[in-house]
Design a protein around this ligand. Structure first.
Ligand code: PLP
Length: 442
């Protein structure tokens, strides 16, 4: 097995890599061939500490035995069964387990295969919900600048990342965006939730007034925006969004693809902030990133609104060939067991102070213009090289990899989100290395 893994494929050209500088990568590839707990193994045998839980997904660390065994067992017993007009027990069992741990009232779960699919599912549910209630004039969706909701057409339409949108035509119509909440002038180097910017939620009132509430179906936000560089909601902001949505009969969707499953120190960001949405999208940590899966959590009232009409008719014309795939469900159940047995869904709250102290010790290092943290998420923002945005952070990424650490960069922001099993010593090791990297790059 290792022989095969250790051999560099002789041709890297066929695989058009996602969200990658393909030519740079193929010139100097960075190949990972194995992983265990907090570390990957690179093809040259070096251990690489995972400072990002893969892509914010491997919350329990890599190659956890219980999850591996569950997948092997399920693959040998029931590899696949259709979920359209047919069922298999493990999908129901997993949905029940998820609903039991969800914020109050989120009793129903719709399975997808990714965060992007969860988002598009949630948007469709919101539109269809108003329609089945006889309120079909509510067709508008409101997202936010600098929001990331995956890469499907719904997600990029409500999302607010220019490079993810500009190539792809007119997108969904009837979409508007709230301003982002990143206020470096006022909030730089804040630990946790920033003081300034809660009133930006009132922009929602302005947008609703412009379009009239009777045309607005849903608002979607990441409780903590991850992919655009860890933007932490200002104090009171999310609660204010909830109040405005309630006032106008608008559904509130939290995209918890990153924040779900313990990242902030509570099972979901909804628990952490004490604000419960109507629909919640998840993926990534739902199976510890091991098998593609997403889960959309829905309030009972929304689900029940669909359950009318003749009983032989399909209530919601939506679903995926792999919704509730048995192997993904087996991985998910074993993931939840692992999280529960090891207390991982709340572990980030125990580590949060140590994490914050370590991260903020980077203040004053070269290029650093802001540091942000919440739960076990952190961002170190660097001053861009004039005329060459992203280059400085990318050099940090390459240098860190050379030194045996995987970090993630977006623009000139370094984002960190290690597996929730990280030890205090490993946090120090990660941050000390980052300090060295900052001192080395131009
Ligand atoms: C908040 C959020 N939503 C959606 C997605 C898309 O998930 P996927 O890449 O599984 O489609 C991501 C991925 O990072 C995300 O962070």
């Amino acid at each position: 097995m290792l022989d095969r893994q250790n051999k560099r494929p002789n041709d890297l050209s066929a695989f058009w890599m996602p969200f990658t500088a393909n030519r740079q990568f193929k010139e100097t590839p960075r190949m990972l061939v194995a992983a265990k707990d907090m570390h990957f193994t690179a093809e040259d045998g070096r251990k690489i500490m995972d400072g990002t839980a893969g892509l914010w997904c491997v919350n329990a660390g890599h190659c956890r035995p219980k999850i591996t065994e569950a997948i092997q067992k399920q693959a040998a017993e029931l590899d696949y069964a259709p979920a359209f007009q047919m069922g298999h027990p493990i999908a129901f069992e997993f949905a029940n387990r998820l609903a039991a741990m969800a914020p109050e009232g989120m009793d129903h779960v719709f399975f997808t295969n990714s965060g992007s699919e969860s988002v598009d599912t949630a948007l469709k549910m919101a539109l269809a919900y108003h329609r089945v209630k006889g309120d079909g004039s509510r067709f508008r969706l409101i997202g936010r600048e600098r929001g990331y909701h995956g890469v499907n057409f719904g997600g990029i339409s409500v999302g607010g990342i220019v490079s993810n949108r500009k190539m792809f035509g007119t997108l969904l119509t009837g979409v508007d965006h709230m301003p982002h909440t990143h206020l470096p002038g006022e909030n730089a180097f804040t630990r946790g939730e920033p003081e300034h910017g809660g009133d930006l939620a009132d922009e929602l009132e302005r947008i609703v007034a412009l379009h009239d509430a009777s045309t607005v179906a849903a608002v979607i936000v990441e409780p903590v925006a991850g992919s655009t560089g860890v933007l932490i909601p200002p104090k009171g902001y999310l609660k204010r969004l909830r109040d405005i949505c309630d006032k106008h009969g608008i559904l509130l969707i939290f995209d918890e693809v990153i924040t779900g499953f313990g990242r902030l120190g509570a099972p979901f960001a909804a628990d952490y902030f004490g604000v419960v949405p109507d629909i919640m999208t998840t993926a990534k940590g739902v199976t510890n990133g091991v098998i593609p899966m997403g889960a959309v959590f829905v309030k009972k009232e929304i689900h029940d609104a669909f359950m009318n009409g003749p009983e032989h008719l399909i209530e919601f014309f939506h679903g995926y060939t792999y919704s509730g795939n048995p192997i993904a469900c087996a991985a998910g159940l074993a993931t939840l067991d692992t999280y529960q047995e090891e207390g991982l869904l709340t572990r980030a709250s125990e580590l949060a102070d140590h994490w914050a102290d370590a991260l903020h010790s980077l203040k004053g290092e070269p290029h650093v213009i802001d540091i942000r943290n919440i739960g076990l998420v952190g961002a170190v923002e660097l001053e861009s090289i004039p005329g060459e945005p992203t280059k400085r952070a990318f050099s940090a990424f390459l240098k860190a990899y050379e030194r045996g650490f995987l970090i993630r960069t977006t623009g000139d922001i370094i984002a960190l989100s290690p597996p929730l099993i990280i030890s205090r010593g490993q946090i120090d090791e990660l941050i000390d290395n980052l300090r060295d990297v900052l001192r080395m790059i131009d």
